[in-house]
Design a protein around this ligand. Structure first.
Ligand code: AHR
Length: 500
């Protein structure tokens, strides 16, 4: 029987809420249809935002939302998306499907969405094809309180008071779609552009995100930090986060693989690739440690998720995919890894929120469903703003097919501000249950909540006709003892326990 030892006397770090952040790009039906339907839509909406989607996202306690891209960000000219909608410029979304972008969702709409969600905003600026002036004016438009050309323009567009900007990305994937730059070139551009991301609100400085590496490009991390490093240190407020992007593609970038049609080998291959996140964080963090030993710069894994071939019959540029119980396990593995690396990982964003890649919600007309990933994010919301607690597994079998091996169980444990322990455990086996004995240093707890997301069929997913095939349910297969707890976890399952 596997054992999970929890030393709740030892808090080993703090899990920032932003680790549970989301990303939504002007891509496919992510924003248009998925979130924003416009004020005149027959779909119930508040100021154009779908009420069903906003309500479901509020239940997740979305802490932060990144927008407008992605690759779209480095071709986005923010002035196209302000002012009367009928006068806004129309353009072709060259990155994603070559469809018409009418700019009806712009700065004001994004800020309104964040207001409705009650979340922090993360705006990704255009370094690849935009000017320093354009970026600087966007920040002025958003945050300057007083008389200035951009503040006056904002007021003329109906927003008298400035907004608060929480995070600002200075370019996206500038090693690729954001300009195909070398790390030294990007880093020098970063130095210049970030200078003009001014802090007009001294009480709420904007946190700046520098473009980090693609997957295992440790050279990028090293060179960007080296080029930004000055006189033995980073100037205060120069860089708050360095990003990292990693997607799980079971069959590689070109083929990717089906979201719903896979065998047991591909199940383990996918989960094995999800575990690769651990190595990536460890090795990028080691490079960061050489320049930033005090960990003042957070790692922002601001694009992560399992990215499969798009659903047959859908626009390949829209990246619409289904979401099975396998994705619940990908989320479970990844979020446990983030929790365990909370000393360095200070922000992350699941790609993408609605209708794109590993979404938490899917929509079709007026219908909306929650995906298995949604339910995992919902159970894990208790880890937000909690302290990571020391925990470790023993007698944890290695399972898999061929070279695609994974530990049978994955876990993380945190202690919330209310003193409650949250334990999240995944059983990665495609066909075997697992008994787990949990032992506490202190003990004497009562189970306040026990939930499970699972399905005996590893291919199970929700449809618009049957939206509850994979859902969060009460979990009863556990027994308390004085110093511990034993549970039986079915195959393909994620369990969350709240103890007080
Ligand atoms: O999330 C889809 C795309 O993946 C983003 O636009 C880009 O940043 C990444 O390559």
């Amino acid at each position: 029987m596997a054992k999970l030892y929890i030393n709740e006397e030892h808090k080993v770090g703090h899990i920032e809420p932003e680790v549970y952040g989301h990303f939504s790009e002007h891509l496919g039906r992510g924003i248009y249809e998925g979130i924003y339907v416009g004020e005149d839509s027959a779909i119930p909406n508040e100021n154009g935002m779908r009420c069903d989607v906003v309500e479901a996202l509020r239940e997740l306690k979305v802490p932060m939302l990144r927008w407008p891209g992605g690759c779209f960000a480095d071709e986005y000219h923010w002035k196209d998306g302000i002012g009367p909608k009928e006068k806004r410029k129309k353009m072709i979304n060259t990155n994603w499907g070559g469809v018409l972008e009418d700019n009806s969702f712009g700065t004001h709409e994004f800020m309104e969405l964040c207001r409705q969600l009650g979340c922090k905003n993360y705006i990704n600026g255009n370094l690849g094809s935009g000017t320093v002036q354009e970026m600087s004016e966007w920040v002025e438009y958003l945050t300057f309180d007083g008389v200035s050309p951009m503040a006056d323009l904002r007021a003329a567009n109906g927003q008298e008071k400035p907004w608060t900007v929480d995070y600002f990305g200075v370019g996206n994937e500038n090693w690729g779609c954001g300009g195909n730059m070398t790390p030294e070139h990007y880093a020098n551009e970063y130095r210049r552009y970030q200078t003009f991301v001014r802090n007009y609100d001294a009480g709420h400085p904007i946190k700046k995100v520098c473009c980090g590496a693609n997957v295992a490009d440790y050279f990028w991390t090293d060179r960007v930090l080296k080029t930004c490093y000055d006189h033995g240190e980073f100037a205060h407020g120069f860089m708050d986060y360095l990003s990292l992007h990693y997607y799980v593609h079971p069959e590689g970038w070109d083929i990717k693989g089906s979201a719903t049609d896979f065998d047991e080998e591909v199940w383990y291959k996918t989960l094995n690739k999800a575990f690769y996140m651990d190595e990536l964080i460890t090795r990028h963090a080691a490079v960061m440690d050489t320049y930033d030993p005090d960990k003042k710069i957070g790692m922002a894994v601001d694009e992560w998720g399992a990215w499969y071939s798009c659903e047959p019959g859908t626009n390949p540029g829209f990246l619409y995919q289904q979401n099975t119980v396998r994705d619940a396990l990908v989320a479970c593995i990844t979020l446990n890894i983030f929790n365990k690396h909370c000393d360095r990982v200070k922000m992350a964003a699941l790609a993408q929120m609605v209708n794109v890649i590993q979404s938490v919600l899917l929509t079709e007309g007026e219908k909306m469903i929650k995906t298995p990933t949604y339910h995992v994010m919902h159970m894990y919301r208790h880890h937000q703003d909690a302290d990571l607690v020391e925990s470790s597994l023993t007698d944890n079998d290695t399972i898999g097919v061929g070279e695609w091996l994974v530990p049978k169980l994955t876990e993380s444990v945190s202690c919330g501000k209310d003193g409650a322990l949250t334990i999240t455990v995944g059983n990665l086996s495609a066909d075997a249950e697992e008994n787990l004995e949990i032992k506490f240093a202190k003990g004497g707890y009562r189970v306040e909540e026990a939930k499970i997301v699972a399905h005996q069929d590893m291919h199970a997913y929700n449809t618009f006709e049957q939206p509850e095939i994979v859902a969060e349910q009460d979990f009863a297969d556990y027994e308390m003892s004085e110093r511990g707890l034993t549970l039986t976890m079915p195959a393909n399952s994620v369990v969350e326990l709240r103890l007080k």
